[in-house]
Ligand binder design. Structure first.
Ligand code: MYA
Length: 434
């Protein structure tokens, strides 16, 4: 659905038929289309004037396996990090955004609500809530100085924003402290004036000042060079509304009533012991998650503080459920999703699409398919219109069977100042960025 940091509307309302045995796999197709995009941009002589100057994998090095994995540039002594902010065009000034302040948070919310990511057809725009923004920007050990705004000096209007939060990300066997960069936004009226590169350089400088030299981020656009290219899948929960607002289309030979029947879910969850996560579950959930995430090449290194922050349920922000064995009381399975509504642009009848985004899911005893079906059921009970999931981790194993359909956009994952020898398949990725 709406995305450029996400994907866009489903192209059909029935899940895709399974590819035949000889067809290329999803991940082959993915890297082919990426390779095509890169080829195209190289042959067009398309330059990335900014990204070519940055320590990121460059397109010309794709396929060169002789380059070592790991940091591209060494850290510089902190005394050599530029002490003063980058220069902005004359009429603008930097600010550090205190998201605890109601006024500041509202200003950021308004900038993003009106100017952040839209789908390719400009039908939907992300509408991160204020509670969500506070949660996303205040994890353990966050730096206020990484929440950066740009104002017009005369009017004080906020016109641009970028953020970082610290996180430990494991790449193979190395746990690297990184910044997760998100919410880059330039007001629609100030686009294409090369403000984004200045924003990125300024956040980089402030990250360096904390002696951190790597970052992770996602984008809907292809930049030099994705570590993985993933796809969003969408599971209709409220098909009539999704069709009415143009998010999805009625499938061939489908009527509305057949479609509603197709996506109907049971009234209540089926797994015995399925319940909401609570504070006292943090240690058990941390153990489950750490064990699960160890299977992926790139994944966050979560401790109990991180799990408490990122996964303890928070109304209208993040939902987490687990399975507590009725016999042993062991916590055996876990699933979670976050809430990211989108504004529906220019529709008479509806203004908001309520979307759930699959976050981290772990199954050890309950089949993943059943666990995720229960997640769909609670999402439907809570009035979500659609449940979205990327094809990361083991998600491919349930998407088609649970009637998710592929979206038509991609989400590209990137690392800054860290080279991987080869791009990863989505199933090798254990990371979900907000
Ligand atoms: S992804 C979400 C991005 N936001 C949106 O899509 C919201 C709507 N769009 C906008 O607000 C603007 O179009 C933005 C660009 C701000 C995106 N990531 O100023 P310009 C490059 C990185 O003239 P504008 C998210 O938040 C573009 O290729 N670079 O363009 C993660 C070109 O460079 P080059 C991007 O359209 C962000 C240059 O900017 C993106 O007015 C991660 C043009 O600048 C993009 N999404 O503004 C940021 N879009 O010539 C990187 C365009 O080289 C973090 N560009 O091709 C890197 C790590 C930093 C920390 C490091 C610490 C060690």
């Amino acid at each position: 659905m709406v995305d450029s940091n996400a994907s866009s509307a489903t192209t059909e309302d029935t899940p895709n038929p399974k590819p035949d045995g000889n067809a290329p796999s999803e991940s082959d197709l993915m890297s082919d289309s990426l390779a095509r995009k890169v080829q195209e941009s190289l042959s067009l002589g398309k330059k990335h004037k900014f990204w070519e100057t940055q320590p990121v994998g460059q397109f010309k090095d794709l396929g060169d396996n002789s380059l070592p994995e790991g940091p591209i540039e060494d850290p510089t002594p902190l005394s050599e990090v530029k002490q003063e902010p980058y220069k902005l065009p004359n009429l603008y000034e930097w600010i550090t955004c205190d998201m605890d302040s109601e006024e500041m948070c509202a200003e950021v919310y308004n900038l993003l609500t009106n100017n952040y990511v839209e789908d390719d057809e400009n039908m939907f725009r992300f509408n991160y809530s204020k509670e969500f923004l506070r949660w996303a920007l205040h994890p353990p050990g966050y730096f206020r100085s990484w929440h950066i705004g740009v104002r017009v000096i005369s009017s004080k209007k906020l016109v641009a924003f970028i953020t970082g939060v610290p996180s430990r990300i494991r790449v193979r066997n190395d746990v690297v402290t990184m910044a997760e960069i998100n919410f880059l936004c330039v007001h629609k009226k100030l686009r294409s004036k090369r403000l984004a590169p200045v924003m990125i350089k300024e956040v980089t400088r402030r990250v360096h000042l904390e002696n951190i030299w790597q970052a992770a981020y996602t984008a809907g656009v292809v930049l030099p060079t994705p570590m993985s290219s993933c796809q969003y899948w969408h599971r209709s929960l409220n098909p009539k509304k999704l069709i009415d607002v143009g998010f999805s289309r009625l499938g061939a030979r489908m009527t509305m009533s057949r479609t509603i029947k197709l996506y109907k879910l049971p009234e209540s969850t089926v797994t015995p012991g399925f319940r909401k996560m609570e504070l006292h579950d943090v240690p058990a959930v941390t153990r489950l998650l750490r064990d699960y995430l160890s299977k992926f090449i790139v994944a966050p290194d979560l401790d109990e503080n991180d799990v408490e922050h990122w996964l303890l349920p928070k109304e209208n922000v993040v939902n987490s459920y687990l399975v507590e064995s009725p016999e042993t009381h062991d916590i055996t399975d876990f699933c979670s999703f976050y809430t990211l509504p989108s504004t529906i642009l220019g529709n008479q009848n509806y203004s908001t699409l309520k979307a759930a985004y699959s976050y981290y899911n772990v199954s050890t005893k309950t089949p993943l398919l059943q666990l995720m079906n229960d997640a769909l059921i609670v999402a439907r009970q809570n009035d979500y219109d659609v449940f979205n999931a990327l094809d990361v981790m083991l998600n491919e194993s349930f998407l088609k069977e649970l009637k998710f359909g592929p979206g038509d956009g991609k989400l590209h994952y990137y690392l800054y100042n860290y080279r991987l020898r080869n791009p990863l398949r989505p199933s090798e990725l254990g990371l979900v960025l907000l």
